[in-house]
Design a protein around this ligand. Structure first.
Ligand code: HPA
Ligand code: ZN
Length: 351
């Protein structure tokens, strides 16, 4: 039976947004480090921080653009040294994700941020992987890892990172591209993405967050990615929007991030309604939740509060898209989609 979205009252929407099952496909695990955990790990590892207190650190979270955020984000990650630190960080995220009814998560991690400080890449991957396994066994969350290359560094460094990670090939499912976008177009990483493709890894890339629509096109054409992270600047090119819609190319949109990093002045200016109306496979994600004001449900809630064009049908579509766009098995996707249908059918029936 089709879901009667019109039968779901607006008053039921906030609860439904929070309780319905969803997948998170764009979360930098280093961006889930809360100030309290940064200070606890700094104490544990004897790392000096440039901020005297949790409050002083949090007060510095006022960003003008992507770079102003990245400077603080990399400083925060400097407290991660031991395998247990990476486990603790990811476990804290999974506990919050479970509370938000995230049933599947694909976590980005930035090995170069750690290897440059002398941390072995195996320490990073093993700690994160152990947390992913425990998320499945204790929280019922299916979780996997995507290794991101830092695009402000060279392609040769990205290749060295991929090679260093290959002994752990079975512990991550794909590669991505993050950090400073402007001046670092996707095509700079053509060779390393081809190498990753030859390994059977999934491919994603940040494009069209601050960079132009042409970066989205080269991520598709040169890197041959399967998802675009952010991608919101596609709206500047109607032909590109059409291409993305026709190919069901997913966009992992991060609404609170976009406002915090001044991609949009306010949430009311966000283009998510237009992306959905154009038939794009858009999803909602938290990006760096410790820095941008909230995790998955905070993103859903802030987005729907500010954009009255979005209702129950769009909420269902976004969550359904998150399963479709994931790298999970078809059987897992079908199971989660059935759960999602159940939640919306119950809401339509007034349950
Ligand atoms: N964009 C680019 N790089 C990043 C981000 C982001 O939003 N978060 C962490 N690294
Ligand atoms: Zn991101």
């Amino acid at each position: 039976m089709p879901i009667d979205f019109a039968a779901i009252p607006r008053s039921a929407l906030p609860g439904l947004l929070c309780s319905a099952p969803k997948a998170e496909l764009h979360i930098h695990i280093e961006g889930s480090l809360e100030p309290e955990l940064i200070f606890a790990l700094a104490r544990r590892n004897g790392v000096d921080l440039a901020y005297p207190s949790v409050d002083a650190l949090r007060a510095a979270y006022a960003f003008s653009d992507l770079q102003s955020f990245l400077d603080i984000y990399y400083a925060g990650a400097s407290v991660l040294i031991e395998e247990q630190d990476f486990f603790d960080m990811a476990w804290a995220y999974f506990e919050r994700a479970a509370a938000d009814h995230v049933v599947h998560a694909e976590l980005f991690f930035d090995p170069q941020t750690h290897t440059v400080r002398g941390v072995d890449i195996g320490v990073v991957i093993r700690g994160l992987h152990r947390a992913c396994q425990q998320a499945q066994s204790q929280l019922g969350i299916s979780a996997s890892l995507i290794l991101c290359f830092l695009r402000h560094l060279s392609e040769d460094e990205a290749i060295a990172t991929l090679q260093a990670a290959l002994p752990y090939r079975d512990l991550f499912i794909g590669v991505g591209l993050d950090s400073s976008e402007r001046g670092h177009p996707p095509e700079k990483f053509a060779r390393v993405f081809a190498m990753a493709r030859a390994q059977g890894l999934h491919l994603v890339a940040h494009a069209g967050e601050e960079g132009p629509p042409a970066y989205i096109e080269s991520a598709l054409d040169v890197l041959q990615v399967q998802r675009i992270d952010h991608g919101v600047r596609c709206v500047e090119s109607p032909a590109l929007v059409q291409r993305l819609a026709a190919s069901r190319m997913p966009l992992t949109v991060c609404p609170l991030s976009n406002v915090k990093l001044c991609v949009y002045k306010t949430m009311a200016d966000h283009q998510l309604p237009a992306l959905l109306a154009a038939g794009l496979c858009a999803t909602i994600n938290s990006d760096d939740p410790a820095y941008f004001g909230g995790y998955m449900n905070a993103n859903f809630t802030a987005t729907f509060d500010a954009l009255p064009q979005l209702g129950a049908a769009q909420a269902y579509r976004l969550m359904c898209n998150s399963f479709e766009a994931s790298f999970a098995s078809d059987a897992a996707k079908a199971g989660w989609t059935a759960q999602l249908d159940g939640a919306f059918q119950a809401a339509a029936a007034g349950a």
